[in-house]
Design a protein around this ligand. Structure first.
Ligand SMILES: Nc1ncnc2c1ncn2[C@@H]1O[C@H](COP(=O)(O)OP(=O)(O)OP(=O)(O)O)[C@@H](O)[C@H]1O
Length: 452
């Protein structure tokens, strides 16, 4: 991979500030444009991930009209670009308008190079994560787990385990909270097993009334009970040669647990009202959000059945535990649902992205899917907002994190410089490129203890 620096486009008409910014951002290759035309030319040539844009551009250097026109042109041509808007004119109103149009962030002049540098750094970071997300989305859809979208190491580990057990015929118990993707994984398991061409039959044991569950699973002969007007095979039979997925297996009532156990041991079913045993070859995969061990202790689940269905148990992490996945999945669902509603926004506002990243997702992926579905219907701006998702604004949180992370990174850098210079103040100041008094101030503000 090339080690070239990322390109930052600075749209600024003041030559003094142009020079200052060019000098300040050593980590980037800074491209400068002084007006709309040259900004769009630079966009076409370099397609930078991040742009800083002064709203006061010629021919309206004292107003904002040209700046807004430039913002609109950039965002409509290059919707993935993070545009950071800087202006001294009627800052609040301009800020609101710019963010509403899809700007990434806003900065009020006069420019503080350090602060703006931090915002720019974060914008590149987010752009990188999003690019990575897009790559992951592409590669994820190429795997046998076509419906499983994840970039988190914990979940990838789960997918690898599922893939590994798929080639065997052991029974698998998937443990995870509601909406974590148990059925998606069960389907992935089936699709990667030797049974892939045979049926995958799923049954949610919690969704079917107790008295109907037996008929659903085992089938019945005509006339076996009132309403049994024709002979009907059960789900177990329908899964012949393939995989039977028993979701919420903990909800199977005890008498039916006995019958299921018998089937698993003998591999034959008898329809209700039937006399002849029917041989069935199926792979059993179960899932539950309940604690089966506790249910066994309470006498609500049979331990002999548990050991039959749980030759291998796999824990599925909650969405909150999969770092970065909420945003990755949100983009995935946005793309998917937009297919039916092309006029919907194609991006989340920075506030919405922050809200998605900080929400605790008690309903896991299903909750996320529903919120994005809702947002696509509700949204009427350029970007999806936290309100469209019915989430609290995440920006306050992210701003706190911004401040905290800045302190954290300063502390780390100063401590490393002190260690490298054997706690010599002048040595550390030299490494950090600051004066000794500035370093003393920093050490005090950051609460660092210097050992002598
Ligand atoms: N990693 C994932 N990638 C893409 N979509 C997912 C993922 N996980 C779950 N989904 C989607 O979220 C929804 C819920 O998933 P699923 O039904 O598999 O969860 P579950 O754990 O079986 O839920 P429950 O226990 O409530 O039945 C489905 O629409 C599914 O397609």
């Amino acid at each position: 991979m090339s080690e070239s620096k990322p390109i930052l486009l600075v749209v600024e008409d003041d030559p003094g500030l142009q020079r200052q910014l060019r000098w300040a951002y050593e980590a980037y290759e800074v491209v400068v444009a002084g007006d709309r035309e040259s900004a769009l030319a630079a966009m076409a040539t370099h397609t930078p991930a991040v742009v800083t844009l002064d709203l006061g551009l010629p021919p309206d250097p004292d107003g904002t009209s040209e700046g807004f026109a430039t913002l609109e042109a950039i965002l409509s041509g290059y919707p993935d670009t993070r545009v950071i808007v800087a202006s001294g004119h009627g800052a609040r109103e301009s800020a609101r308008r710019a963010i509403g149009m899809g700007a990434y962030d806003f900065y009020q002049k006069p420019v503080d190079i350090d602060d703006l540098g931090f915002i720019v750094g974060r914008a590149f970071h987010v752009a990188e994560i999003e690019a990575e997300n897009r790559r992951l989305l592409q590669s994820a859809t190429a795997t046998p787990f076509a419906r499983l979208i994840t970039g988190s190491p914990e979940m990838l580990k789960v997918a690898t385990m599922v893939e590994r057990v798929a080639s065997t015929d052991v029974s698998v118990l998937l443990l995870g909270a509601s909406g974590t993707g148990k059925e998606v994984l069960a389907q992935g398991l089936h699709a990667t097993s030797r049974r892939a061409k045979a049926p995958f039959v799923a049954i949610n044991c919690a969704a079917i009334p107790e008295n109907l569950l037996e008929a659903e699973l085992f089938g019945y002969e005509k006339g076996a009970f009132t309403g049994a007007i024709k002979t009907t095979p059960g789900k177990i039979e329908l899964a012949e040669g393939g995989t039977l997925f028993l979701d919420e297996v903990g909800d199977i009532p005890l008498p039916l647990q006995v019958k299921l156990l018998r089937f698993i041991q003998e591999r034959v079913v008898e329809r209700i009202g039937g006399r002849k045993p029917i041989e069935v070859d199926v792979r059993i995969v179960c899932a539950t959000h309940q604690n089966l061990k506790k249910m066994i202790a309470d006498g609500r689940f049979r331990d002999d059945l548990f050991y039959r269905i749980a030759e291998i148990s796999i824990n599925i992490p909650s969405l909150k535990e999969r770092e970065g996945d909420a945003l990755l999945l949100a983009h995935h669902f946005l793309q998917r649902f937009r297919a039916d509603r092309p006029s919907a926004p194609f991006r989340f506002s920075p506030q919405a992205a922050a809200a998605i990243s900080t929400h605790s997702w008690p309903g896991n992926v299903r909750e996320l899917e529903n919120r994005v579905k809702r947002a696509i219907i509700m949204a009427d701006g350029a970007a999806i907002t936290p309100a469209d998702l019915d989430l609290a604004d995440g920006v306050e949180n992210s701003l706190m994190t911004l401040r905290q992370s800045r302190t954290l990174s300063d502390r780390r850098t100063v401590t490393a410089a002190l260690m490298a210079s054997d706690n010599s103040i002048s040595g550390a100041a030299k490494i950090l490129g600051i004066s000794r008094p500035t370093l003393y101030d920093l050490i005090r503000d950051l609460g660092i203890e210097v050992q002598h």
